[in-house]
Design a protein around this ligand. Structure first.
Ligand code: UDP
Ligand code: MG
Length: 224
C-alpha cells in the first residue's frame, strides 16, 4: 500500500489496516517444535527444565497435561486417562493433541513471541503422529526430535527410585514393565520414522544430569 494512499485514509481506518497486517504476520509465524522422546525415566522432563533455563523454549509435557486433565474437576476424560496411565497405554490422540494445541495457543496468546516449543513425551505412537500431522500441520513445524537414549534397566531403576516420592500411579514395577513394552512397540517406530528423514538428534541419556545436559547443549547450539 503506497504512502500517499495510506495518508489519505482516516487515522482510524489506518490503525485497522495496520492491525490486520500485524495479525496476518503473526499468523504466518508457525510454531517451531522440538519433539522430546525417550523411554520412561530417560530424563526428558529433567533435561527440558534445563533447556528452558538456558534457551528460549516453552516446555509442554504431554504426560503432565494429561495428568492435569485427569485431575480437572468435571473432565469427561478423567477416568479414561487414569486407566491408560496406570496401564502404560497411550491415551487416544484426539485428547492429547487437543490439550497440546490449547496449551500452545494459550502460550502464544499471552506472548506472541513464544513460538519455540519443546513437546515432551509425544508423539508416542504412529496414530499420535498422524493425528498431529493432520491437526497441526498448518500451525507448527517439527524441527527435529531430541532423543534420550537409555537402557531399559536404567530407565526402570530411575522410575522406581522416583516412585518413592513422585506420587505417580505409574512409577512402580508393574506399570513400568508395561510402559517399557509400549515404548519399545509403539514409540521406537516413531523415532525410526524421523530417523529416516534425518531428523533425530540422539543423546546418551544414561549418564549424570550435568553430563547429559552438556551433550544436549552441543546439539542445541548447532541447531539454533
Ligand atoms: N501419555 C500418553 N500420551 C502422551 C504422553 C503420555 O498417553 O502423549 C500417558 C501414557 O500412559 C504414559 C503416561 O502418560 O505412560 C506418562 O507419560 P510421561 O511422559 O509423563 O512419562 P515419562 O515418559 O516422562 O516417564
Ligand atoms: Mg516426563
Amino acid at each position: 500500500m503506497s504512502f500517499r494512499l495510506l495518508s489519505s485514509l482516516s487515522a482510524k481506518l489506518r490503525s485497522v489496516v495496520y492491525r490486520a497486517a500485524t495479525v496476518a504476520l503473526i499468523d504466518m509465524k508457525k510454531a517451531q517444535v522440538v519433539f522430546v522422546l525417550g523411554g520412561p525415566g530417560s530424563g526428558k522432563g529433567t533435561q527440558c527444565v534445563r533447556i528452558v533455563e538456558n534457551y528460549g523454549y516453552t516446555h509442554l509435557s504431554a504426560g503432565d497435561l494429561l495428568r492435569a486433565e485427569r485431575s480437572r474437576e468435571g473432565s469427561e476424560f478423567g477416568q479414561l486417562i487414569d486407566n491408560h496411565i496406570k496401564d502404560g497405554k497411550i491415551v487416544p490422540f484426539e485428547i492429547t493433541i487437543k490439550l497440546l494445541k490449547k496449551a500452545m495457543e494459550e502460550t502464544r496468546r499471552l506472548d506472541e513471541k513464544k513460538i519455540h516449543f519443546l513437546i515432551d513425551g509425544f508423539p508416542r505412537n504412529e496414530e499420535n503422529l498422524q493425528g498431529w500431522t493432520t491437526i497441526m500441520d498448518g500451525e507448527a513445524d517439527v524441527k527435529f526430535v531430541l532423543f534420550f537414549d537409555c537402557s531399559n534397566e536404567v530407565c526402570i531403576n530411575r522410575c522406581v527410585e522416583r516412585g518413592k516420592s513422585s506420587g505417580r500411579t505409574d512409577d512402580n514395577r508393574a506399570s513400568l514393565e508395561k510402559r517399557i513394552q509400549t515404548y519399545l512397540q509403539s514409540t521406537r517406530p516413531v523415532i525410526s520414522l524421523y530417523e529416516k528423514q534425518g531428523k533425530v538428534r540422539t543423546v546418551d541419556a544414561s549418564c549424570a544430569v550435568d553430563k547429559v545436559f552438556a551433550n544436549v547443549k552441543t546439539i542445541l547450539d548447532k541447531e539454533i
